[in-house]
Design a binder for this molecule. Structure first.
Ligand code: S3P
Length: 176
């Protein structure tokens, strides 16, 4: 086990793997506060993710995302943290994620992700030809999520089931 000062639970994974829904459910079950890096980026910039991509570009969004990870390092209470699907693609972010605590990657089958993301109007990377984009991005990104301490396939599972599995595993791992 890695030594970290504060033991956050950090959820990473492709868009549509359920990081936000599972993160909220898990945070409630564990009596922790929940943070979503996308919400932090929006709060800090005063713009929606779609507007940041459209007006400032993806590179600027990635910079704000990394700044958010630095900000999270100063939290003093253990949180559940959901991240944007591209956060682990930037190698600079991986030690920052790992330093925050226990990193869990959520996965889902390609067919399931395409089904969940077909009408993803709130995701700038999928505004056109979502199905093909999901397929292409998955090929490029699959390996980035291997930096996680634990990986869970969410295909066919409910938010509550996934949340419970993560909590049980966390308790086994850290003898809570
Ligand atoms: C992105 C995923 C989004 C959001 C942004 C970019 C990505 O978050 O950060 O649209 O690059 O995969 P979700 O994974 O919560 O959709």
């Amino acid at each position: 086990m890695r030594q970290t000062s504060i033991h956050h639970i950090i959820l990473i994974g492709f868009m549509g793997t359920g990081k936000t829904s599972v993160g909220k459910c898990l945070a409630t079950a564990m009596g922790r506060a929940f943070i979503d890096t996308d919400n932090e980026v929006e709060r800090k910039s005063g713009k929606s993710i779609n507007a940041i991509f459209a007006e400032d570009g993806e590179t600027h969004f990635r910079k704000l995302e990394t700044e958010t990870l630095h900000f999270l390092a100063i939290l003093s209470e253990p949180h559940v943290i959901a991240t944007g699907g591209g956060i682990a693609v930037n190698k600079e972010n991986i030690p920052l994620l790992q330093a925050l605590g226990w990193v869990v990657a959520l996965t889902a089958s390609e067919a399931e992700l395409i089904r969940r993301l077909r009408d993803a109007s709130n995701r700038p990377l999928l505004l056109e030809n979502a199905e093909q984009k999901v397929y292409d991005l998955l090929q490029v990104r699959r390996d980035s999520y291997k930096c996680a301490d634990w990986t869970m396939d969410t295909t066919g599972r409910t938010v509550e089931e996934i949340s419970t599995s993560i909590r049980v595993r966390y308790e086994q791992e850290f003898y809570v």
